[in-house]
Design a protein around this ligand. Structure first.
Ligand code: HEM
Ligand SMILES: *[C@@H]1O[C@H](CO)[C@@H](O)[C@H](O)[C@H]1NC(C)=O
Ligand SMILES: *[C@@H]1O[C@H](CO)[C@@H](O)[C@H](O)[C@H]1NC(C)=O
Ligand SMILES: *[C@@H]1O[C@H](CO)[C@@H](O)[C@H](O)[C@H]1NC(C)=O
Ligand SMILES: *[C@@H]1O[C@H](CO)[C@@H](O)[C@H](O)[C@H]1NC(C)=O
Length: 339
């Protein structure tokens, strides 16, 4: 009888192997993975990228809303493409109709990508995965980081406007409200500070922050934490009750995905209370300051290494929120409608 310690374990080798295999198989069946479409539609990711390249050449301002769309999708009912559904006679108001939708644009772009994919591989690629791939590609095409997108999401069949209000934190949020909203989705303080770095690209409507200019915390005054010069600049662009004007969120480089968002926060020039809030938690504050402190290294390298690496990790985490996989949900034929 060999006295290898191994065989004295309560589980025999075959049982152990089976267990490991089973765990791996069920993880594959239940979770997302890199290259989910490698066999069924190997050209899928290239089709998406080429289409996004074409679209952003013509309409560069769509990078912001298309990135934001994946966030809104994931935070409401998980990343299931429910943000894309149109209202029907029986559905009631859908996520698109919810208040936080303001400025979400680019639905037509997603429909365009989908129809290209349907031509190449009918009925294979989910709308939820398209949103995840598009988000990565617009970041990359804005000179941001690349990360491998996990795929295999399936599309949901329901969408409700009411759920946007309870799941998407408003820009007036303080730090504890942000941390809570993220914790509910399995995201932590680091994910929060990293993902808010998305505000390095895009624009905002004056109405999303005008309370800070004219009626902060219902005081009838401006937010004392805003840089005074910046406050004047914003006031000259945004008159009270202006709901139309767009302001660059990261002035000067709002089309480049970089780490200057963190610089703005330190200078008290962040647009939303929810951005400023990152200074009110030790961990998020340290992260913000560190991104500013490494400016010399960033200049030498050409990109912010820590932020770029973290961004991909947190985007993958966000892309995992309450996903439908396996035989759940469906693969929509048209992203605006359930089959
Ligand atoms: C943590 C809570 C967050 C809050 C309170 C918040 C709030 C906002 C608001 C109010 C706007 C301006 C909308 C407008 O008036 O047009 C905006 C824009 C944007 N947000 Fe966020 N956001 C958050 C997190 C995120 C995350 C996690 C992402 C991406 C992963 C993201 C990506 C964007 C982008 C790219 C824009 C620019 C959109 C455009 O150019 O039209 N945000 N956000
Ligand atoms: C969905 O509804 C929007 C208006 O809310 C409309 O512009 C769009 O054309 C609709 N999409 C489809 C595919 O019918
Ligand atoms: C966004 O929601 C508001 C308020 O519910 C609604 O009036 C508006 O039409 C919606 N905008 C879009 C683009 O769907
Ligand atoms: C954030 O706002 C909530 C609700 O108004 C309040 O209960 C909480 O104390 C605030 N937290 C901080 C850190 O200000
Ligand atoms: C907002 O106003 C409330 C009530 O007046 C006050 O308790 C709170 O500290 C204020 N919050 C900020 C961030 O100034």
């Amino acid at each position: 009888m060999p006295s290898h310690g191994f065989f004295r374990l309560p589980l025999s080798l075959p049982v152990l192997l089976l267990l490991v295999l089973h765990l791996k198989l069920s993880a594959d069946a239940l979770g997302l993975k890199i290259g989910f479409y490698d066999e069924t539609c190997p050209q899928a990711e290239v089709i998406v990228f080429k289409e996004m390249e074409r679209v952003l050449n013509v309409a560069p301002s769509l990078a912001g809303p298309l990135l934001r769309m994946h966030f809104h999708d994931c935070f409401v009912r998980g990343c299931d493409g429910s943000i894309l559904l149109n209202a029907t006679r029986s559905s009631g108001p859908v996520e698109k109709d919810g208040l936080p939708n303001l400025s979400l644009r680019g639905y037509g772009v997603i429909d365009g990508v989908k129809s290209k994919l349907e031509k190449a591989c009918p009925g294979i690629i989910s709308c939820a995965d398209i949103l995840a791939l598009v988000a990565r590609d617009v970041v990359l095409l804005s000179k941001g980081p690349f990360w491998r997108v996990l795929t295999g999401r399936r599309d949901g069949r329901q969408s409700s406007a009411q759920e946007t209000l309870t799941n998407l934190p408003p820009p007036t949020s303080n730090i504890s409200q942000l941390l809570n909203a993220f914790a509910k989705k399995g995201l932590d303080a680091k994910d929060l500070v990293v993902l808010l770095g998305s505000h390095t690209i895009g624009t905002s409507h004056c109405s999303s922050f005008s309370d800070r200019l004219y009626n902060f915390n219902k005081t009838g005054k401006s937010d004392p934490s805003l840089d005074k010069n910046y406050l004047q600049k914003l006031k000259s662009k945004c008159r009270p009750n202006d709901v139309k004007t767009l302001v660059e969120m990261d002035p000067g480089s709002f089309r480049t995905f970089d780490s200057s968002y963190y610089k703005l926060i330190v200078k008290r020039r962040a647009l939303f209370n929810s951005d400023e809030a990152l200074l009110h938690d030790e961990e998020t504050k340290d992260y913000v300051h560190r991104q500013v402190a490494v400016a010399v290294a960033v200049a030498a390298r050409g990109f912010p290494a820590e932020f770029f690496k973290d961004y991909g990790v947190s985007m993958v985490k966000m892309g995992n929120i309450e996903v439908l996989t396996g035989s759940e949900g469906e693969i929509r034929k048209k992203c605006a409608f359930v089959n």
